[in-house]
Design a protein around this ligand. Structure first.
Ligand SMILES: [Ca+2]
Ligand SMILES: [Ca+2]
Ligand SMILES: [Ca+2]
Ligand SMILES: [Zn+2]
Length: 464
């Protein structure tokens, strides 16, 4: 039995990539003059010897295919149809790429030496062929196991203007460019099976009533139920249960301690009844020192604007702040503006409470910020505000790894459902940043495996 999620049918030449373990073959799906066929001259960059934009793009894809090929074990070649096409974007945000298994298979009998699939369960094509040890041909005119598309407009006016692809293969992209190799590795990861598959993450509905192979490892830590045991509405609710949906596979859990860093927390020393809660370090400003910050937490009025709690105005009474940790609410102005206002008033650290569910991961950049800042949940922020002034320690949590619950890594399940991102990614609270988070980060390596990354361990949990 087979199911198709999306079509990708621009066929051109086959480009085999030699590899030790599984053959991952990039199929150039671009029409003349576009993407892999872009004849624009280019200067070799970051280990990529190509002398046209098209050659450089192909070199990046073949590098990604090789990295995956060395990891995967399969007797069956994995055909990846790839092309560049305009995808959704604005001057400040862009869909970089999209990919998936080109087919899902269920109830396919194994060939000699192959393994049986779990009954009535959808498998991504490449994995189904690996396990059953055969070429499962659903449609001879569409033989690809993986399809992938990438944004052809990146860096052009109106599409992350000026921030085009980086074609080097050395993880050394300038902060103004997007590392194509990381994006290709990410998208191929989806195509190989890093996805909830034909089960709708939005409605929880299953294709033909069969679960996907993912559902057995998707655990909702609020209800204690796995997706495989839920009704459609329960799955839809779980997909929005921010911070509480995890991947409960054993292999991924095993490598959490070697892959993810210890988390950060705000621990309330006085009044002790408030306990402690997870905090997410901001992407700007200094890191917390190893011992963290121990000081009084205060929540003074900023004296102006739509809210006196948002820290968007310079604090009128710096005397209330000097030497203390300042609590502010998310909203109205950039995170860097709030933290800078706290710093200017003499604060030693800043804590910003979310205005929606989940811990707050603060982005932005301002090299003049010299105090550490962390984001917390709206609920914990409200409790702290009531208790202020309170004595707090902002520092490392030495028992819980960042981005985990019960030592299981979180899946991305924001309260506001995000089509194309929800569920089939790691949560952004993972630290260091993981390849399969929904947003690209500058600090990714080209590794898909522990101790750098969790992707490979998740794929092993589903049978790779
Ligand atoms: Ca095949
Ligand atoms: Ca204000
Ligand atoms: Ca992260
Ligand atoms: Zn993705």
């Amino acid at each position: 039995m087979s199911a198709k999620l999306a079509a990708a049918l621009l066929v051109a030449l086959l480009l085999p990539v030699p590899s030790m373990a599984a053959q991952v073959i990039v199929v150039n799906g671009d029409p003349p003059g576009v993407g892999f066929n872009d004849p624009t001259p280019a200067v070799p960059v970051g280990g990529n010897p190509g002398t046209t934009v098209g050659e450089q793009a192909l070199y990046v894809f073949q590098t990604a295919a090789q990295i995956w090929g060395h990891r995967l074990v399969s007797t069956q070649p994995i055909l990846v149809i790839s092309f560049f096409t305009p995808l959704t974007c604005t001057a400040t945000s862009a869909v970089l790429g999209a990919a998936g298994a080109n087919w899902y298979f269920a109830n396919v009998e194994p060939a000699v030496g192959g393994q049986a699939l779990a009954p009535d369960t959808w498998y991504p094509a490449a994995l189904a062929e690996k396990l059953t040890r055969q070429d499962i041909v659903a449609d001879p005119n569409d033989p690809y196991e993986v399809f992938s598309v990438f944004n052809s407009e990146l860096g052009k006016p109106g599409c992350l203007t000026g921030r085009g692809w980086y074609y080097g293969v050395d993880n050394n992209e300038p902060s103004t460019n997007i590392d194509l190799l990381a994006v290709v590795l990410h998208e191929f990861g989806h195509g190989l099976g890093f996805s909830v598959g034909p089960t709708s993450s939005n409605t929880g509905a299953r294709a033909l009533g069969f679960p996907s192979i993912w559902e057995g490892q998707m655990l909702d830590t609020t209800t204690g139920k796995r997706w495989i045991d839920m009704s459609d509405p329960e799955r839809a609710a779980s997909a929005r249960n921010n911070q509480n949906l995890v991947w409960a596979g054993q292999k991924a859990s095993n490598v959490v301690p070697s892959t993810l860093a210890f988390g950060t927390q705000v621990n309330v020393l006085e009044p002790a009844s408030l306990g402690s809660a997870e905090a997410v370090p901001a992407s700007f400003g200094p890191q917390l020192r190893p011992g963290g910050v121990r000081a009084a937490l205060v929540a003074p009025d900023d004296g102006g604007g739509g809210s006196t709690r948002d820290g968007c105005e310079p604090f009128p009474q710096p005397g209330l702040i000097a030497g203390n940790v300042v609590l502010m609410d998310r909203g109205t102005c950039a995170f860097t503006v709030k933290v800078k206002n706290a710093q200017n008033a003499g604060a030693v650290a800043a804590v910003v409470a979310n205005n929606t569910a989940g811990p707050l991961a603060m982005g932005g950049a301002d090299p003049t910020v010299v105090i550490p800042a962390v984001g917390i949940t709206q609920v914990f922020g409200a409790a702290l505000r009531v208790a202020a002034p309170a004595l707090v320690h902002v520092g490392r949590n030495v028992t819980v790894r960042a981005g985990t619950v019960l030592n299981f890594p979180r899946l991305y399940a924001p309260t506001g459902f995000a089509q194309g991102s929800s569920v089939s990614h790691w949560d952004t609270s993972a630290t260091p940043n993981m390849l399969m988070e929904p947003f690209i980060n500058l600090d990714l390596t080209s590794s898909v495996k522990n101790p750098d990354d969790l992707t490979w361990s998740l794929l092993r949990d589903i049978g790779w």
